[in-house]
Design a protein around this ligand. Structure first.
Ligand code: HEC
Length: 418
């Protein structure tokens, strides 16, 4: 019963996280598009900067933007902050439920750095906080006066941080860590810069003073950063489920490429929403970069060193098949069973059961992606698998793909040629 409650709580928090994220990104996309589509009008009120007409859900909307503030405080004002805060709170809860309480599975890889769980958690939190502190300092430094220079500096910083995380955490841990760090920067932009600035403007209005336009300009800059960071963050959150992307040597380079892809796609929509000619080149560029990312994930896959393990006999035909099935049941079934033996795992993870030959034959490709091409499974290599064992799984899958099924009687073509 406790196991079920735990599983449900994970699902409920995830549900909340995705919905809050949709609400936040939705309103962020909406306001950026609205901002860009504003046009000056003849009959605009005093101090108004521009307006837009929109139609939605059976009604017409006339949106008017005041660059600093209207001359009088409106009676009712809707703030946009709980979307961001809820995304953060639910995200942090998920990070805790999945990554922090099971850090041995999800964050630590002793081949990379032999951390104790508390150390992994401390480094993770320090990275999240430190990421914000440095980013915020960059924005406030003289670099922040030029949007392009700042973007470049921010990009270099995030990519360097992603690389640093890959030197400390497991591949999967490092990937989610950089996603959380960027997501936290976005939330902190709202909580520490945009909303406090708006509060100061409101306070000035109430006091009858002229609000300082700097707050509006700063808020807009941060809001634009958030807009450009949205697509990469979502990519990272989903990409954490694809070992061929995160469990490769070049995961941090892929992240860099995806940031640029996200930026050019946003550029396309931002330009279009402004009413300027749509820059179609952005799609060709994004497509070329995507191909490059595909190439990187292939090139960065762990390589098997034929020389180093030349002693190992892979076998062929039925012998190879029997050995592969034995290996998978031995190394994977302590977690991937109807009733797992592994402490802390109550259900077969993701419903993947690998207890017998039939189970295993159903999941040849998944086994290949998780345990042969990448080192995603066993998580953090907690149940040790040698490189040659992974290579054996790759050869086994290739043999099955060729149709040279394992049902060949043992010894029939056991010539060791691999
Ligand atoms: C120590 C426990 C453990 C061991 C051992 C283990 N796994 Fe897993 N496996 C997990 C967990 C936990 C997940 C769920 C990961 C997640 O939440 O994305 C998982 C997920 C998977 C998935 C589904 C991935 C997805 O996102 O759909 C596959 C396939 C898989 N493992 C294969 C293997 C193979 C093959 C082995 C043996 C080489 C193995 N696992 C060994 C714990 C384990």
């Amino acid at each position: 019963m406790i196991d079920y409650a735990w599983m449900w709580s994970e699902l409920l928090v995830r549900w909340l996280h995705v919905i809050a994220g949709i609400a936040w990104i939705g309103s962020s996309f909406y306001f950026i598009a609205l901002d860009l589509s504003l046009k000056p009008g003849k009959a605009l009120p005093e101090q108004a900067h521009g307006q837009a007409w929109q139609v939605h859900g059976g009604g017409f909307y006339n949106m008017v933007k005041y660059l600093v503030a209207p001359s009088r405080m409106p009676d009712e004002l809707t703030w946009f902050k709980w979307e961001a805060y809820t995304t953060f709170l639910s995200g942090f809860a998920l990070l805790t439920i999945i990554y922090y309480t099971q850090s041995a599975l999800y964050m630590i890889d002793i081949e990379i750095l032999d951390l104790e769980p508390w150390q992994a958690i401390a480094i993770s939190i320090a990275g999240i906080v430190g990421g914000w502190v440095v980013y915020d300092a960059l924005c406030r430094s003289p670099l922040g006066r030029n949007d392009n220079v700042l973007a470049l500096a921010g990009f270099v910083f995030i990519v360097a941080l992603a690389w640093a995380f890959t030197q400390m955490f497991s591949a999967r841990g490092a990937f989610v860590q950089i996603g959380v760090t960027i997501g936290n920067i976005m939330v902190a932009n709202v909580a520490m810069v945009i909303i406090p600035g708006q509060k100061k403007v409101v306070a000035a209005l109430v006091a009858g003073d002229d609000p300082d336009p700097r707050y509006g300009a700063r808020g807009k800059q941060r809001s634009l950063h958030n807009n450009y960071l949205t697509l990469p963050v979502i990519f990272v959150m989903i990409g954490g489920h694809y070992p061929a992307i995160f469990a490769t040597t070049y995961a941090w380079v892929i992240l860099a490429v995806v940031i640029v892809i996200g930026a050019v796609i946003r550029h396309f929509f931002n330009t279009k929403h402004k009413g300027d000619p749509a820059p179609w080149w952005t799609w060709i560029f994004a497509g070329a970069l995507t191909l490059f990312a595909v190439f990187l994930s292939h090139a960065g896959a762990p390589k098997y060193d034929e020389q180093a393990y030349s002693e190992y006999e892979f076998g062929t035909g039925a012998a190879l098949h029997v050995a592969a099935v034995e290996l998978v049941t031995e190394r994977c079934a302590s977690c991937h069973a109807v009733e797992p033996l592994w402490d802390g795992i109550a259900f077969a993870p993701k419903g993947v059961v690998l207890e017998n030959e039939a189970d295993i034959l159903r999941r040849v490709d998944e086994i290949y992606w998780q345990a042969a091409v990448s080192h995603a499974m066993p998580p953090g290599n907690v149940i040790w698998m040698e490189p040659e064992e992974r290579e054996m799984l790759a050869r086994w899958r290739a043999m099955l793909k060729e149709g040279d099924t394992a049902l060949v009687p043992t010894g029939a073509n056991n010539d060791d040629s691999g």
